[in-house]
Design a protein around this ligand. Structure first.
Ligand SMILES: [Zn+2]
Length: 74
């Protein structure tokens, strides 16, 4: 099963929009909101065997509300 289908994402903790798992440069994952641009930090992985772990950790951060808001003043 593809990792992008496997990882379950809650709605955005900031605005309730849809979260999207993204892979960056083939070595890290993060989750970003399509509506407000909030995102989790990048979780790096160094080897293929850790790829799924990294995706799951990024999802866990997102699902527990540990995200960076793109609008810190609001
Ligand atoms: Zn949002």
């Amino acid at each position: 099963m593809d990792i992008f289908d496997k990882v379950e994402l809650q709605d955005c903790p900031i605005c309730g929009g849809a979260g999207l798992l993204e892979e960056e440069n083939g070595n890290s994952f993060y989750v970003a909101c399509m509506d407000c641009g909030s995102r989790s930090v990048n979780i790096d992985y160094k080897e293929e065997a850790k790829r799924e772990d990294a995706a799951q950790r990024a999802a866990d951060l997102w699902n527990t509300g540990k995200v960076i808001s793109s609008h810190p003043g609001e």
